[in-house]
Design a protein around this ligand. Structure first.
Ligand SMILES: C[S@@+](CC[C@H](N)C(=O)[O-])C[C@H]1O[C@@H](n2cnc3c(N)ncnc32)[C@H](O)[C@@H]1O
Length: 384
């Protein structure tokens, strides 16, 4: 990566940072009530601030939220950990976080080397991991799963990953070409492929390690457009993460209207409320991006992709989820719906729209609730 990457913040990075900003405060406010210490780890921190425009990077975004929380709730034990492997960026990081004092712990290392320590801390702290590397090579599934999988032992762990599906698909296709599995013309948008000669010997094994197996080879050998392959890879990747974390959702971040996504933000949590909270943060960012679209020419997601809310479809699709899963309570119904890749609902409908759709279904007698009275969250939902 060129050294001017951190000179000015790229338009699509603003959207990535907005997701983090919108999510952190409600997450921190909620998780604080658990009473456990809070640990937020920025695993791929970078220098913390962009050099020329002075914009905050994720470390400062996180540190400011943690400081706000500590000022409002002094008794809360709270720590930000910022890990950066490159010496130059690390030196800048320390300077850019100096004002946050002891609450900001900067570590010069590969974050993977700290996962065992983080796993230990997760036994008693609520942990949020933000993993935003330049490439998916820095997301070894087996190592991440040591922390993510802890939710099954009762730990409170959440993650937000920047998953470079585009890079993964190009990497995989390049490997398949090298093996002679993939012949034929390049697909749309594939012009930037790497020279197979440059792939190191162990590159195939490395990709399998990132994607938790070699399933991708079948997906990428198919004669399909690049963006469909990306979607399939993302869907399968999320499926694998769901083995570790009960609730996983994600959104594509694009550079321009209708262009191939730059990357995907993938989120995991043990609780349906966490998924709903992140869904609201991403839906809000999505809406802001749609509103911005004509002002700066950059888009996060667009109407042609069918991402604008469609209230009729929402009612229809929620009815189907309730039909397929009779007796679920409202948060679980919403979580199930948001996780269905076929509906592309995640980051499209905020919770208030989901709630309105349930009221419509109840009002029209299409679904019923048991018991009929009391808080709706306690009621089970059924098709009438
Ligand atoms: C995309 S940048 C992160 C930007 C940052 N999240 C922000 O918003 O300001 C990726 C950073 O992670 C660092 N990095 C990449 N792999 C890493 C690893 N395994 N451990 C720690 N840092 C890593 C890179 O040196 C780079 O500074």
């Amino acid at each position: 990566m060129s050294d001017d990457f951190f000179d000015t913040k790229k338009p699509w990075s603003f959207y990535k940072d907005r997701v983090l900003t919108h999510y952190l405060w409600p997450y921190l406010s909620k998780i604080r009530t658990r009473g456990a210490p809070i640990l937020v780890v920025d695993c791929c921190a970078g220098p913390g601030r962009y050099r020329k425009d002075g914009e905050s990077g994720s470390p400062r975004i996180i540190a400011e939220r943690l400081r706000d929380l500590a000022e409002r709730h002094p008794a809360t034990r709270i720590r930000g950990v910022y890990i950066e492997k490159r010496a130059g960026y690390f030196a800048e990081l320390r300077t850019n976080l100096a004002e946050f004092g002891d609450r900001a712990l900067c570590i010069h290392a590969r974050y993977q080397d700290n996962l065992a320590g983080i796993a230990q801390l997760a036994e008693r702290a609520s942990v949020f991991l933000y993993v935003d590397p330049f490439t998916a090579k820095e997301l070894p599934f087996d190592e991440l799963s040591k922390v993510f999988g802890l939710v099954h032992t009762g730990s409170s762990v959440e993650f937000l990953l920047n998953f470079d599906a585009d890079g993964v698909v190009r990497w995989g296709r390049s490997l398949l070409r090298g093996k002679g599995v993939l012949v034929g013309a390049l697909l749309e948008g594939e012009e930037g492929e790497r020279d197979v000669e440059e792939e190191p010997e162990d590159s195939y094994a490395e990709l399998c390690r990132v994607l938790d197996g070699d399933w991708w080879a079948d997906v990428l050998a198919r004669d399909e457009p690049l963006r469909e392959q990306q979607e399939r890879v993302c869907e399968e990747y999320k499926k694998r993460l769901r083995v570790l974390m009960p609730y996983v959702g994600g959104v594509a971040i694009r550079r321009k209207c209708d262009s191939i996504p730059k990357y995907h933000m993938v989120f995991g949590t043990r609780h349906p409320d966490g998924l709903l909270l992140m869904n609201d943060s991403m839906a809000r960012t999505n809406q802001e991006a749609l509103d911005d679209q004509f002002s700066d020419g950059f888009l996060f997601d667009t109407a042609p992709e069918g991402r604008r809310p469609d209230e009729e479809a929402l009612v229809r699709e929620l009815r189907e989820v309730i039909k397929q899963n009779p007796g679920l309570r409202r948060p679980q119904v919403f979580a199930k719906y948001l996780e269905q890749d076929s509906c592309s609902a995640f980051a499209r409908y905020p919770e208030k729209s989901l709630m309105a759709a349930v009221r419509t279904l109840l009002g029209h007698g299409i679904i019923i609730r048991r018991p009929e009275r009391g808080a709706i969250d306690r009621a089970q939902l059924f098709l009438a």
